[in-house]
Ligand binder design. Structure first.
Ligand code: C5P
Length: 232
């Protein structure tokens, strides 16, 4: 099992980055529960706010940016039975990394005068790692690929509708959908999710429960899906 967890950090200069609110708790709980169930796990950890597991059966690989994460996942997915992309990946990164700390003033304008204006951040899209893993798998049955979707809902669209659209667009086998807000889910110990299958069927609601209990529920759905995909 390969599980990514936490939030990527996209460096602007040696001291600053663009980040997100992911705590990594759900991804770490997935790694711990998979190992407790006897799996051999690689946890690819971006920035996480909980201690990294040290138990037998879990190898931890640290990454920082989305591009680091993509490089690690691409190699690891090749020999995995299941890949879970629980990491919160930055959709954009700064176009330029500035080698020295960006100053708030004393930048020099084109005409040689001192420029105290606010700098403009130019961003470029990061690759969609999950969609890339699905593409690279091609027609092979392994790995089974599980995505996550943190949705806030939308005007006129429920969180589940957005999830259904996402599982179709990304092509992953299962999508774990959860509703997030500023204070809901991120960093908390409990979670409430719904697991959607690309091939249809009833959505599986899990929680509200601890992220450990939710993880076991996710692995139950993955195990049943694996049975259908690999032996059917
Ligand atoms: O499209 P959205 O970011 O909501 O999709 C979330 C899912 O896609 C998560 O599984 C996340 O790990 C993955 N993702 C990715 N690469 C990105 C953005 C998201 O693999 N650049």
């Amino acid at each position: 099992m390969v599980v990514s967890a936490g939030g990527t950090r996209e460096a602007l200069d040696p001291v600053r980055f663009l980040g997100n609110r992911s705590s990594g708790k759900q991804g770490v709980a997935l790694a711990e529960t998979a190992a407790a169930r006897g799996a051999s796990v690689t946890l690819v950890a971006a920035h996480v706010e909980v201690p990294l597991p040290e138990q037998d059966g879990i190898e931890v690989v640290r990454v920082e940016s989305a591009l680091d994460l993509q490089a690690a996942m691409t190699v690891l997915a090749d020999s995995a039975d299941v890949v879970v992309m629980a990491a919160a990946v930055a959709d954009f990164r700064p176009v330029d990394y500035v080698e020295t700390k960006i100053k708030k003033s004393h930048r020099t304008a084109a005409d040689g005068t001192e420029d105290d204006s606010a700098p403009t951040l130019q961003l470029v899209r990061n690759p969609d790692i999950l969609a890339g893993l699905v593409r690279e798998r091609g027609s092979r049955r392994r790995p089974l690929i599980v995505g996550f979707a943190a949705e806030t809902g939308d005007t006129g669209h429920s969180v589940l509708e957005l999830g259904r659209e996402k599982v179709a667009r990304k092509g992953c086998d299962l999508l774990v959908v959860n509703e997030v807000g500023r204070s809901v889910t991120f960093g908390q110990d409990d979670n409430t999710v719904t697991v959607l299958d690309r091939d249809g069927g009833e959505p599986v609601p899990l929680g509200p429960a601890s992220k450990t209990v939710v993880s076991h529920g996710i692995w139950d759905v993955v195990a049943a899906r694996g049975d259908r995909s690999w032996t059917g």
